[in-house]
Design a protein. Structure first.
Length: 375
């Protein structure tokens, strides 16, 4: 989606505000962002060691993206000024819009943005680990990478926690959508999956604004060999109410939302752990081609059995079993360590290989198809 490319892959960043803006500059510096950073502040001379400009009019050029770490009353006029000079996009960090009943104020913000892409309001921003651009006013747990997955969330807190994962999953982007006043979760997912360096996307969904557009996006992603894994929040009456107060999202019925995601070819999981591990498999191996297979295995001396459409793949199973056993014995001899610890590690290795070998309906990998029988 070219319209959002300047926003997510900027060569120049402008930041507004005091403490929050300073955090953004610091994070970009730590991550080695190579582009220009222009702080705007009417009184301060420097922020985080970077010279300030007094206003939008004083900027030395047109920025690709802006971080608006200013209050909800000032942000509308600044947004209008940025749109007028052709800024590539903006992140509105401020809250106090539709999520708190101030729909009129949110509509004014969207009108001020015009054709300029806008994330938020009530939005934490995004992290681009591929290019070192962090429109993110807080800590994070990632590092630079050359390719990886995208994590997109309607909850900033969930995004922060996902970004702290230490499971060997390379993350290219972390993004929040806030209230989705203009740019939606669907728009962000499409834009990030369009980056050839991104292999899959993981979503934390509170509500989907346009089901038709989401379905089109998911279909286009599959056509390009990229898959989406999602957690759908708001499945109970209480959580639906919480989602509405959080990001002004309208969360639907649990059964209906699950059926919709399945129809779209989205892999739905029920925990953050499952989200990360499923993304890891998709990043490393992709979703293997197949049609409604069945996979059953038992861990008995590390000898798994695979059954698919009544055919026993014994040579493959034997290979997995013998290879895992040899690797297990080598680990014990070479590295030492507890027998129980090594057995646990090797059991997980066997499971990973089996999940790679297995596929599911329409080529998707689904955790529900795997049944572990430990004897």
């Amino acid at each position: 989606m070219p319209r959002l490319s300047r926003l997510f892959q900027p060569a120049s960043i402008v930041v507004f505000g005091g403490g929050w803006a300073e955090n953004v500059i610091t994070q970009c510096q730590k991550m080695g962002f190579a582009g220009d950073i222009w702080p705007v502040h009417p009184k301060r001379k420097t922020i985080a060691g970077v010279p300030c400009f007094a206003s939008v009019a004083a900027l030395p050029g047109v920025p690709d993206v802006a971080f608006l770490g200013i209050n909800r009353d000032a942000v509308i006029e600044v947004t209008r000024q940025l749109a007028a000079i052709g800024c590539g996009g903006a992140v509105c960090f401020a809250s106090g819009f539709a999520e708190s009943g101030q729909l009129d104020r949110q509509q004014q913000l969207v009108a001020a943005a015009g054709d300029m892409p806008l994330l938020g309001p009530n939005c934490y921003g995004f992290i681009n680990y591929l290019d070192g651009a962090l429109l993110w006013p807080d800590q994070h747990g990632g590092r630079r990478c050359t390719n990886g997955v995208a994590l997109i969330s309607q909850s900033s807190n969930i995004a922060i926690n996902l970004g702290m994962q230490a499971r060997g999953l390379p993350v290219g982007y972390v993004g929040c959508v806030g209230n989705q006043a203009q740019t939606s979760l669907t728009d962000m997912t499409a834009a990030l999956l369009a980056d050839p360096r991104i292999t899959a996307a993981g979503l934390y969904i509170e509500g989907i604004h346009d089901a038709g557009e989401f379905a089109k996006m998911a279909y286009a992603a599959r056509q390009n060999g990229k898959y989406i894994v999602a957690i759908k929040a708001g499945k109970t009456a209480a959580s639906q109410q919480a989602a509405g107060a959080h990001t002004a999202a309208l969360a639907g019925d649990a059964a209906a939302s699950s059926a919709f995601l399945q129809q779209c070819g989205v892999i739905e999981v029920n925990s953050l752990d499952a989200l990360i591990e499923t993304l890891k498999i998709l990043h490393l191996f992709g979703a293997l081609p197949g049609n409604t297979p069945m996979m059953i295995f038992a861990v008995i001396g590390f000898l798994p059995l695979l059954i698919k459409k009544k055919k026993l793949f014994f040579p493959l199973a034997l290979f997995f079993g013998v290879f895992s056993y040899i690797t297990f014995a080598w680990d014990i001899w070479w590295y030492g360590g507890s027998l129980g610890q090594r057995a646990m590690v090797q059991s997980y290795a066997v499971l990973t290989k089996l999940l790679w070998a297995g596929t599911c309906r329409n080529g998707h990998i689904r955790d529900k198809l795997a049944r572990i029988i430990c004897i």
